[in-house]
Write a protein that binds this ligand. Structure first.
Ligand SMILES: Cc1cc2nc3c(=O)[nH]c(=O)nc-3n(C[C@H](O)[C@H](O)[C@H](O)COP(=O)(O)OP(=O)(O)OC[C@H]3O[C@@H](n4cnc5c(N)ncnc54)[C@H](O)[C@@H]3O)c2cc1C
Length: 384
């Protein structure tokens, strides 16, 4: 086992952290309060190469391997105080760019990837529906084939991250009830701003990640060319599962970076704040909380890196990604609660970052499949 980073990885990590501190951290509290997306920050991230980490250079990306892409996300999560922007970037990377790269035709790759990488257009994916969340296959959105060239899509999607600002979304629709989840869902590339019959809602108000816009998508007899189908008919589950493997690891590496910053903040506070004539860090109740935060980070990191390692070897890592996602998300919420406790009443105030981190962390046990669904998945791999 070799846990050391290459020189390139170390240099890129430092560059991203410096960049995030300089370019992304002004006005975070205001953006959180106003639920405002940081388009300038988005553009700056694109210029930094962050919107094209694993995308081959031929499409304008950096062509990095999975491990380096994951390390870059960890660095971004560490350096950027506004976790909404990294969330939007992760959404685009793993649930739009990578699926296009993996399943798209050459024409689809050439059409979308260069503009996604430069930040000119924004992407995401729409799977969840008002009555189909964890039970993805119960989706009511239907795609009916009218002729060789045309599909008709109708249905409603919800919780679509980047939806209100998206130029292209991967939309999942049922193409056959009889074929089940494995072969009954198909993915389509839809351009919500310019396609007749598509309506996108204003941003949904939410508890955390407030600078990352999320909306509903209504599809009313939307006509879609067959050339906009992503992957084979019935391959939607394969697209979805591949997306989740990336998202459940690389997005959660971003959360790991945030946890590292949170730990440093708590150590600083515990060394600085005095009660009963001594620093609060000298109380075992406080120092043990901090020790547990460190423990969670040290356990989380190899779980995530193992997924990257497997993927870089060309292996699937569905169960490993579920384990990493489950652990990191629950660790993130617990450490965020601990951070608030360590900051006391200040932890409840907006001025100190810890309350926002707690709000931001809660979504992580829900998106990319809830904790219960990850446990179901792991149990299934164990033959249960
Ligand atoms: C911030 C955020 C961003 C999101 N972004 C996107 C996006 O970009 N695109 C997208 O398509 N979706 C997105 N989602 C939706 C997300 O994928 C769903 O919220 C998630 O899959 C859960 O579905 P649900 O909310 O309908 O909950 P439900 O499925 O209704 O679950 C409710 C509760 O029941 C439990 N439950 C359900 N089924 C089982 C079971 N079989 N066994 C045990 N427990 C079960 C769940 O664990 C949960 O506790 C996002 C969600 C959030 C919060």
């Amino acid at each position: 086992m070799d846990f050391s980073l290459t020189e390139d990885q170390q240099v890129f990590r430092t560059q991203i952290i410096d960049f995030a501190r300089k370019r992304l951290n002004a006005g975070v509290i205001e953006r959180d309060e106003a639920a405002a997306f940081d388009r300038d920050g988005w553009q700056a991230c694109a210029e930094m190469g962050l919107l094209g980490l694993p995308v081959p250079e031929v499409y304008g990306g950096l062509g990095l391997d999975v491990t380096s892409s994951m390390l870059a996300m960890e660095a971004l999560g560490y350096g950027a105080h506004d976790q909404g922007l990294p969330f939007a970037i992760n959404t685009q990377l793993w649930t739009c760019e990578v699926p296009i790269l993996t399943f798209g035709t050459e024409a689809q790759k050439a059409h979308y990837l260069p503009r996604l990488v430069t930040g000119e257009i924004v992407g995401g994916h729409a799977s969840s529906e008002p009555n189909a969340g964890s039970d993805v296959f119960s989706m009511a959105t239907r795609a009916e084939k009218l002729d060789d060239d045309t599909w008709k899509l109708s249905g409603t999607k919800t919780f679509v991250s980047n939806g209100p600002i998206a130029d292209v979304l991967i939309v999942f629709a049922k193409t056959s009830q009889a074929r089940g989840f494995g072969a009954g869902i198909t993915a389509f590339l839809i351009e919500p701003k310019t396609t007749a019959g598509v309506t996108v809602s204003p941003p949904i108000h939410k508890m955390g990640l407030r600078s990352s816009p999320m909306g509903e998508l209504a599809l009313d007899e939307v006509l879609v060319q067959d050339s906009q189908r992503l992957g084979k008919v019935g391959a939607g589950q394969a697209v979805f599962s591949s997306e989740m493997e990336w998202e459940r690891s690389c997005l959660f590496a971003c959360h790991l970076g945030a946890m590292e910053r949170q730990l440093e903040k708590c150590i600083e506070h515990a060394k600085d704040r005095k009660q009963f004539g001594q620093t609060i860090g000298s109380f075992q109740a406080v120092s043990h909380r901090i020790a547990n935060m460190k423990l969670r980070i040290e356990v989380a990191r190899p779980l995530l890196y193992k997924v990257a390692w497997l993927k870089d070897r060309g292996e699937r890592a569905v169960m490993e990604a579920a384990i990493a996602k489950l652990y990191v998300s629950e660790a993130y919420v617990q450490s965020s609660l601990d951070a608030v406790a360590i900051f006391g009443g200040y932890g409840f105030c907006t001025e100190y970052e810890v309350e926002r981190m707690l709000r931001d962390s809660v979504g992580s046990v829900l998106y990319s499949g809830t904790s219960d669904i990850q446990r179901n998945l792991i149990a299934r791999f164990l033959g249960l």
